[in-house]
Write a protein of this length. Sequence first.
Length: 538
Amino acid sequence: MNITLLDTTLRDGALTEDINLSIPDKLRLASLIDSLGVTYLEGGWPQVFESDLEFFEQAAELDLKAKLTVFGATRRPETRVDRDANLRLMLAASTPVVHLYGKVWTLHVEKVLRTTRKENLAMLRDSVEFMKSHGKEVIFTAEHFFDGLRTDPGYALENIQVALEAGADVLSLGDSNGGALPWEIEAGVKQVLQMAGGRPVGLHLHDDLGMALGNALAGVHAGATHVQGTVNGYGARTGITDLTTLLPILKLKMGQEVVSDEQLARLTRVAHQVAEIVGLGGEMAYKPVVGDKVFAHKTQTHVSAVLSDPEAYETIDPERVGNRRKLLIPGLTRPTYLQEIARRYGVDLSGDSVANARILEVLRKLEEQGYTFEDAEASLELRLGYLSGRFQPILEVERLRLFQVIRGRTQSVVEAALRARVDGRAEYVAAEGEGPIDTLYRVILEALSVVENLDYRSYMQNVLVSAFRVRTLSSGGEDLRVRVSISMHDGQREWTTVGIDSDLIRAAWLALVDGVEYGLLTRRRPDPDAGAAISSPS
């Protein structure tokens, strides 16, 4: 089977409630998604979003391997095809491929379009023939096909026949309400394949009942050779088929060479970068295949099994999809497990020495304070590095003052003053920002900027704080403490550090200092994602 993939993250994905994409966003996304090896890249819907024409104009300058595709409806009822505004906008996009959709469910034909069945068929025929006359490759999606097949199969299939006669190159069957079940998908695909005469039959499936992925696989199993989806499953309402899950299943489980090994290995990185661009990076942790938790193993039984043979609890190799394994050890101070943790971070704790006993004691006390590192591995590696002498602290704080300054009646800023030693040199610096966390980070950067180490300044220009999380560890009286975790990235990798204290600002400060020091101390590592990451669970 030669399966083609159409990515519609820039069009259907942009219909997600919390996603609003600028043209620069879409250009960045286009290049990222193209690197995964999709066949078609659907860039927009000019009839609905006027700015999409400007995107298509600029996207033409990108070196895309995928076929750039424009989306739009068949002509309006009782309208000459050459005067239809939507079709003219689609031609103005100057893409080699057009993706037309048309209604095939009589409910939509009669109650939404308010036209006749005969006119709806004429709209389909005229639109496909019009686009073919302009030399376009035409993908036709029969919207609400499975609803139509269920209520009036004769009319739904008559639409398919008209699309074929008019010259559609690909026939895509839409489950536009996301209500079809796998056996309905299989039956529908088989019926259309009998009519298609060898032309590709595909699927556009929504996820309202959580069935999009399963239905896509059912359709492919029945003979469909074209699937439409988005990165991370973004799309109208609850989304559509998630390509980040579909791709590895097709390639690694079903033996379909839909993408190359190199393209598949980019999957996790691309999925996370797309999520950051659209503003949904915080929702990636529990996603299948590309999530942070999918290859995480927690119990002693599971950890031991995976160390013996990863296949014991991993259905695919995480490295094949660019992800990594995490071994979540129950209790940092269990000596046998701690030796494995430390070894992966370059520290040998196998010997019975005073130094090793001290490391065990320090880690035991950290656990008693509530320190856990399953989502903050950088802090654990940093502690082991300090305790073993592998790392030397860069920033030693002598005094920090943080205060809010009121300007006028409504404006205020936060100011910080820091006295510290940076690489052993005493410095006194100040900074101001919009809030406490922003100001604390700025004053650290200011301290690093005044020393003569140009490498520090050069590196930190690319480091940003990407996430800030607060969790209460206990409640009631003097025992109340907060756990602050802070994630940073430098454009190539991301890491998370943690701070715990009864004071929120101090906890955030501890996490920030750890984050900066970890970034600087490990910045020359050739592959920060190599190997398994091991940490302790909550």
